[in-house]
Design a protein around this ligand. Structure first.
Ligand SMILES: Cc1cc2nc3c(=O)[nH]c(=O)nc-3n(C[C@H](O)[C@H](O)[C@H](O)COP(=O)(O)OP(=O)(O)OC[C@H]3O[C@@H](n4cnc5c(N)ncnc54)[C@H](O)[C@@H]3O)c2cc1C
Length: 411
């Protein structure tokens, strides 16, 4: 039994205070990293998301169709203008990481697939935005921005995930053509993408980060199979292997300089890594808001669940972790936007902290919901499945720690 002498003064702040600091434009008012256009974006997206993202199917069998539809919706509403440069229809000259983080945080708070659809248009086109030729940008970025093309980023392989420089997917030249062979796995949007930004090593070259090049490959190219091996994961998302067998593409598919692919992949991830933290923050806020509401309304031991100090301790911890995550994420994005420099350490810190914190927040929220928290299809249960893979993809947490240590020791 809990102690009987718990009083009202120990209760957590009112839901109004939580709402003010955790969601929408008000949350950004508490942070120093934004300009007025960011706050405006946040307010407008909040309104759009509330109107468009509340009744989305989470059925496994419908994930691909839902994702395709979301890309079209995001394009029509103009949100994909934030993931391409101005010359190809975007809002900013260069990608504005704070805007991308704000959009991911907000979409994730409403719907995991909406965040995924937005994020993959960005990750799948980021290498083209950064290093593509004018022709490549014109050909791919405009339809990606309109939501007409679905983008994908194919780096990981069965034996090269964390140790991605160990990749064995290969290419060789035949005159002016490139011939690709090998297997990519865990490819988001695999099976529904119109094209893949794909990384491969020059045939016969020794392993390591050298001799890897980046290519853009249309999904319909002969020799590319992205439908035979779909992958089902706990929170349904379009995902598959991409198998290449004597897949022939023209020289014009090479992105930037030959042999610079590994550096291009890392620079692309540098931009999008902090945005993974932002998505985690959105999931965490969603769970925390639900948990506070539940604790304040659930009758327990002659009072409300929120009267119990152990529950208050959980809520205090959630709030602390949410705000610390936001500070790290938007600090990383702000440094990138202002300096244009690599933010390897800051992005890793933001991703590591925010994804680990979100996992703990969502787990605590499930605990607060009790049995209801593990009922299949409940919002809180979906968040529990949704958050897990963020601690693995774009660099597992252990890898982020190594990256941070490496950067600190360089200083
Ligand atoms: C939902 C989802 C979507 C994805 N989307 C894409 C995509 O679109 N494109 C793409 O290219 N890839 C994608 N990936 C792949 C993802 O980036 C890899 O899963 C990730 O890099 C880890 O690689 P791995 O799964 O091979 O695990 P492994 O490399 O086998 O690592 C397994 C575990 O080993 C531990 N570990 C790793 N390195 C170290 C270390 N140095 N020290 C200590 N422990 C360590 C970590 O705990 C890690 O989780 C996606 C993955 C998931 C789950």
């Amino acid at each position: 039994m809990p102690p009987k002498n718990q009083t009202q003064k120990n209760n957590p702040p009112t839901s109004q205070k939580f709402k003010n600091s955790w969601s929408g434009q008000e949350a950004q008012n508490n942070l120093p990293f934004f300009e007025n256009h960011h706050r405006k974006l946040s307010g407008e997206l909040e309104k759009w998301a509330a109107e468009n993202l509340t009744n989305i199917s989470s059925k496994r069998s419908e994930a691909r169709a839902v994702c395709k539809k979301l890309v079209v919706q995001l394009g029509k509403a103009g949100w994909l203008k934030y993931i391409v440069p101005r010359a190809q229809g975007g809002i900013f000259e260069q990608l504005d990481v704070r805007s991308i983080c704000l959009i991911r945080e907000t979409l994730a708070r409403y719907n995991g697939l909406a965040d995924f659809a937005f994020a993959m248009q960005g990750l799948g086109s980021g290498t083209i935005s950064l290093y593509g030729s004018k022709e490549q940008k014109e050909k791919y970025l405009k339809p990606i921005e309109r939501g007409d093309y679905i983008a994908a980023f194919a780096l990981s392989e069965p034996n090269a995930g964390s140790d991605v420089a160990a990749m064995s997917c290969s290419y060789r030249w035949e005159g002016d053509d490139v011939i690709l062979n090998g297997e990519k796995t865990w490819i988001s949007n695999g099976g529904i993408a119109h094209q893949y930004v794909l990384f491969a090593r020059l045939e016969g070259a020794k392993s390591g980060s050298k001799n890897i090049s980046a290519f853009i490959i249309d999904a319909a190219t002969e020799g590319l199979d992205d439908y035979s091996e779909p992958i089902e994961i706990s929170a349904p998302h379009p995902l598959s292997k991409v198998i290449l067998k004597e897949c022939r593409i023209p020289k014009s598919a090479l992105i930037g300089e030959e042999g610079r692919g590994f550096a291009y992949a890392m620079a692309t991830l540098d931009i999008f890594r902090s945005t993974v933290g932002a998505a985690a923050l959105g999931f965490a806020k969603s769970a925390a808001i639900l948990a506070v509401k539940r604790a304040k309304s659930r009758d327990m031991f002659g009072g409300k669940m929120a009267d119990l100090q152990i529950i208050q301790s959980k809520i205090g911890g959630m709030s602390l972790n949410i705000e610390a995550s936001a500070l790290l994420i938007y600090r990383a994005a702000w440094v990138k936007d202002l300096t244009g420099a690599r933010i390897t350490k800051e992005a890793s810190m933001a991703k590591l902290f925010a994804t680990e914190a979100a996992q703990k927040i969502i787990d605590d929220a499930v605990q607060i919901f009790g049995g209801q928290g593990v009922v299949y299809g409940e919002k809180i249960e979906k968040l529990y499945r949704e958050i897990r893979s963020l601690r693995i993809y774009e660099g597992a947490s252990e890898v982020q720690k190594l990256i941070i240590a490496g950067q600190v020791m360089l200083e």
